[in-house]
Write a new protein. Sequence first.
Length: 431
Amino acid sequence: MASTAMTIELLRRCPHIGCGAPLDGDAVDSDHACGQCGGGVTVCNSCRSANRLLATHCRGCGMATGAEVWPCHPGLRAAGRRDSIHSIKKARTTFPIHLGSPAIASPIGVDGLLVVSLANGDIELLSEYSGKRFGRLTAPDEIVVTPAISAGSLFVAAGPGVHCYDVSRYLDRSSDRHQTPVWSFECNGGAPAHPVLVDEQTVYLIAQDGNTATLHALSQSEGRPVWNEFPRIESGPTMAPLLVNDYIVVISLAGDVFLVNRSDGIVEPSFHTRREVNPQVTPFVERDRIVLTDKNHRVFEIIPNSGGGPLINEVYAMRARITSLAASADFIAVGHMAGLTLLDGRGGRRWSADDIDPVSVTPIVAGDTVFALDDAGNGLLFNALKSNPIDKARLFGANVGPPPLITRTHIAAVSTVGDVVAIEYRPAGKT
């Protein structure tokens, strides 16, 4: 019994080696940080033990923590179903956080940690709960594409190279805070042109040089090439690489589709969509299909492996110019210059909100609700039944930047001038 009590007491202390201070339960639930050392803390949903941010397993019960929530740019790979949002709240008084440098890349979020990459090469590590800065990494060149994170490692494309940082170790207050990358790799054929994509073991990037796109696949642990050679696609500029089942899918702006086998990098015979792709709207992967738009304001889908060959179907034709897109199994949210339109999963129109500002950044589809950040800086929450917002929160005065992200408890966004805001939301069914 004494041993059990001692174990319980240990699990209520700061998990950072070198600290071990007792934790105030209410404070941890509110701020998710140790009041003494300031280290980030997350609480296990099963046994309520305190763990370090990015811990893969709980130190109390041993259960997997499921840390990753938004590991890369939205839409590049299928995401799990998210619960509907009941309501959104105003940002805490600690927000916005003024970082002082423009942001071009989207923020990513894991396990209570916001990773915000700035154009000047700084990478800010912030608490999604309080905005507290846990640390700052600095890449050797400017950052213009969204990084990715996997198992505590952050993969940043900066200039002509990609660099891996051990964020999990960096956040440990007892360890060396030296920020030299674990590995770096200089891409062949130009600088990375699109957001970084990850699966469980590999990092994927496309370097664009004129009409040639080179797809790189690197080991996450060592940064070494995992294929015998990098595929070179001679089809002009491309969209971001997409992860669909066993393939990395590369789509050119001319409408050519290339399937690259993840295991060996072999490129299968390409096929054509018979339309030019809209370069301003990032495609969105939903299970085994890709939803995207063309230059004629039409939403269409590609199912690369349907048994009898690829399927290409028109889903919906818009009158207004399409500016953003998000999809789930049940819905497709289309941002455009006139506002926001919600379609069902097969393209049937549910409603259209044409009396709001344009929605130029990727919306968030969560269950049967949609969160959209309009160009005026308003966060708007809709449900599937009507086009009038059911809730609203002001995020920015203007200067809306890259797409917002959703974590388990917050929606976060960064402006073009480097202001970060996180607003709390209440999932449906929870009081």
